[in-house]
Design a protein around this ligand. Sequence first.
Ligand code: F42
Length: 149
Amino acid sequence: MAKYVPSPSDWVREQVELYESSGGTKGTTLRDTGLPVVIVTHHGNKTGAIRKTPLMRVKDGNDYILVGSQGGAPTDPAWVHNLRVDPNVEIRDETVVQPMRVREVKDERERSRLWKLAVAAFPPYAEYQERTDRRIPLFVAERSGSPAP
Ligand code: F42
């Protein structure tokens, strides 16, 4: 069975621990902003390890939009590579945990619509995109019947 390997980043690992150990009742927002966060559980594409990544909650109806901003860093976060290889994830939104399947958004019109939703949910994304030359990747997570990772 795959082993859970926590994030090497202290603040991220601590948020995941508090969020999960409280059953989704504590640690559910981004530090001072008060804006909601979800926990995405996925698999490392090289190690096979279980990874847990907090991301801002951006919703489009029942779907979630996952934004690979990493604060406007020059490279995509590692979790983006993982989702490209294995799209089966589990998303915890406070107390609700659902198996979901992700797909990367390629269509420009769709991306433009979803990017607006992302910036409305978390305005700093706009500044993060300006800070980097890469196109920040977006994924849509839709409900799936497949088992959680
Ligand atoms: N990051 C975002 O990109 N978008 C957000 O909206 C966002 C919100 C957010 C809210 C709260 C919070 O606590 C953190 C938030 N973050 C957000 C940060 C996010 O949780 C990630 O920490 C960040 O995006 C960096 O992701 P990362 O996957 O690069 O994480 C690093 C720190 C990490 O865990 N690196 C591992 C390591 O050991 O160095 C590798 C992890 C990994 O998945 N390895 C793969 C494997 O096989 O196991 C190989 C990956 C590859 O490159 O092929």
